[in-house]
Write a protein that binds this ligand. Structure first.
Ligand SMILES: Nc1ncnc2c1ncn2[C@@H]1O[C@H](COP(=O)(O)OP(=O)(O)O)[C@@H](O)[C@H]1O
Ligand SMILES: [Mg+2]
Length: 358
């Protein structure tokens, strides 16, 4: 690992991966070949904090090689804990195998970490949705698959930390896969802070690195579920609100609920899921605003019991009701019932009335 302040840029990695034999520590990658672009150069895929290359190694095995654009000092330990927890939960079909290599790649004579991960085929969530805007049944199936994924993560005590279109792949058969485990929460990381706060168009505006617990996916889950259900009902929303790096919401919608034409459009929809999720999102954002106006100093320490904290309580398994049937899809909570749904419908109306004054 480098002991100076130098950290490689995209350009540095681009140069290094052109000579795999001298760049990589692992013999498998040393003899591998990067997938190239039209100009014959290794093709980088740029995420938020990394340059990712697809590599082909012996036996035509395909790998994602993730090279980090910033130093996260304890990433090694985090990945070890995440890996241990995923090994205990091998029944979960959503994760790719991966290996964190502390000194995986040499750049300008110094070693830097990388993650070597099984390459997964599939469309990022936004591409899949866009391709299927005219197929509401496909979107409904996607919504059910999404609910199942969230319920499974919850029962395995895993929170991804950055649920967003670029980190969710939809396989050709419709199965869902998650990538990008840098910000994942597992129980052995309890008490630590997060090293990221996720894509801003999917996160509560109040989320900070201090919010790091099993409930951190709640807001992004609501954003994703709501968007899928809303688009199944009104695909025209895509053209109006998608900008290529979101689904429907943008951070400014969370920051200014009243001015958001998206929220106004969503209020016109009939889907109970949209209503429930919108109520949850609006409640969280509104709580943030109340905190701000009530506390001009706006010190994060003064934030009262938060929605994110409430969620951890919501999150605990609830007893299954004996008589009432399960609602087909509600707010992403595993044991949501129809009575919960109707209660939330009422809650939704009162929250919307309180905030928008209609
Ligand atoms: N295992 C993988 N299989 C296929 N594509 C991947 C894989 N890992 C990463 N990618 C691609 O690289 C992009 C960036 O990787 P990611 O791990 O999300 O980086 P960042 O932390 O910068 O967001 C992803 O959005 C995806 O397109
Ligand atoms: Mg990512």
């Amino acid at each position: 690992m480098a002991n100076t302040n130098f950290w490689p840029s995209m350009v540095d990695y681009q140069e290094a991966v052109q000579s795999p034999g001298s760049a990589f520590a692992s013999s498998e990658l040393c003899s591998g070949t990067p997938v190239t672009n039209k100009l014959g150069m290794p093709r980088p895929i740029c995420g938020t904090f990394a340059s990712v290359y697809e590599f082909i190694t012996a036996g035509r095995r395909r790998w994602a090689v993730k090279c980090f654009l910033r130093n996260i000092p304890d990433l090694h330990q985090r990945y070890a804990k995440i890996s241990d927890h995923l090994k205990k939960n091998r029944w979960l079909p959503y994760f790719a195998t991966f290996e964190y290599q502390e000194n995986g790649i040499k750049v300008r004579g110094k070693s830097f970490p990388l993650v070597k991960m099984e390459w997964l085929d599939g469309d990022p969530l936004n591409t899949f949705i866009e391709k299927n805007l005219s197929r509401p049944k496909v979107l409904t199936k996607l919504h059910h698959a999404w609910e199942k994924l969230l319920a499974d993560l919850r029962s395995a005590k895993i929170a991804h930390g950055d649920l967003q279109h670029g980190n969710v792949l939809v396989r050709p058969n419709g199965d869902l896969r998650l990538i990008d485990y840098d910000g994942m929460w597992v129980p052995s990381l309890e008490g630590q802070v997060s090293n990221e706060t996720g894509h801003p168009d999917y996160q509560s505006p109040r989320r900070t690195q201090k919010h790091f617990h099993e409930g951190i996916d709640k807001f992004s889950n609501a954003v994703i579920q709501l968007s899928i259900c809303a688009l199944a009902e009104n695909p025209g929303l895509w053209k109006k609100y998608n900008n290529g790096d979101n689904l429907l919401f943008r951070r400014r919608d969370f920051l200014n609920l009243r001015k958001s034409s998206l929220i106004a459009d969503l209020q016109k929809l009939k889907s109970p899921n949209v209503k429930n999720m919108l109520a949850a999102i609006v409640k969280e954002c509104h709580r943030g605003r109340k905190v701000k106006s009530g506390n001009p100093a706006n010190k994060p320490k003064a934030v009262p019991a938060s929605w994110l904290t409430d969620y951890v309580q919501d999150y605990r398994p609830k007893p299954k009701p004996h008589s009432s049937p399960k609602s087909p899809s509600s707010n992403g909570e595993t044991n949501a019932t129809s009575s919960t749904s109707s209660r939330r419908d009422g809650v939704f109306s009162s929250i919307i009335r309180a905030i928008f004054g209609s």
